[in-house]
Design a protein around this ligand. Structure first.
Ligand SMILES: Cc1cc2nc3c(=O)[nH]c(=O)nc-3n(C[C@H](O)[C@H](O)[C@H](O)COP(=O)(O)O)c2cc1C
Length: 220
């Protein structure tokens, strides 16, 4: 697969096969992703790859927190409002997903079910948690985003599926404690990774993008 094809065909996978990915493949993906650019080559990213019984135990813990309506403690707070253009795109995504997979995230019960599916890592055998020192500035968050995208592209090039999940960092304080990530770190995102179940209806959904002319201005 060439780079352009890889970028265009990557998509978020929301149903995985349980088969584990060989450790050397996961390691190679991180080894490739570390070539992402970063501010002054600071490489402000750290990762932890979670599998097996410990991953199952984390799912159990997250589900229990959700069940008792525990107060989320994300290190990167969820936005409370959006500018008009972005809000319209989110609205369109949620409506299209509700139609396609019957999960209306504006409905609180459906949102809870969606969180449960997230906390189960959509059935993926592995989750990559990304974090960085909490004193780093927004530039380093930008860099970590580049690292995350490179992980997802490298995985896709190797025939694997991924999905980035902010939901799985909602209970950052508890997750960090559970995974022995120091409190001095900022938990940013988890990326579920594994073999995509492309027969599943969840993976039949493809998100859209704004028109190119809406996101570029030419000045000559
Ligand atoms: C920072 C970030 C957080 C996200 N969090 C979640 C999440 O918690 N659960 C989920 O199912 N998808 C999550 N996504 C996936 C987005 O919904 C998805 O990238 C977007 O709809 C575009 O679709 P695509 O990835 O298939 O191209 C997240 C994506 C990003 C970049």
């Amino acid at each position: 697969m060439d780079a352009l094809e890889c970028i265009k065909t990557r998509m978020s996978i929301r149903k995985f096969k349980p088969d584990p990915v060989p450790k050397d493949v996961l390691r190679e993906i991180i080894t490739i992703a570390k070539w992402s650019p970063s501010y002054k080559n600071s490489q402000p990213w750290e990762s932890l790859i979670l599998s097996g019984a410990k991953k199952e135990a984390l799912t159990k813990m997250l589900l229990e927190l959700l069940k008792k309506d525990a107060k989320p403690s994300p290190d990167v707070p969820a936005p409370q409002s959006w500018p008009t253009a972005e809000a319209a795109r989110i609205d369109r995504l949620l409506k299209r997903r509700a139609e396609a997979v019957g999960s209306d995230l504006y409905d609180l019960e459906a949102l809870k079910e969606a969180k449960k599916a997230n906390f189960g890592f959509y059935g993926a055998p592995h989750a990559i948690y990304l974090f960085q020192d909490a004193t780093l500035t927004p530039w380093s968050l930008f860099d970590l985003g580049l690292f995350a995208q490179t992980i997802m592209l490298a995985a896709h090039a190797k025939g694997l599926g991924t999905v980035p999940q902010a939901f799985n960092t909602d209970y950052a304080r508890e997750v960090k404690k559970f995974l022995s990530i120091p409190e001095t770190k900022r938990l940013i995102i988890s990326i579920s990774i594994g073999y995509a179940d492309m027969e599943s209806p969840e993976n039949a959904f493809r998100s859209e993008r704004a028109e190119t002319d809406d996101i570029v201005k030419w000045i000559e």
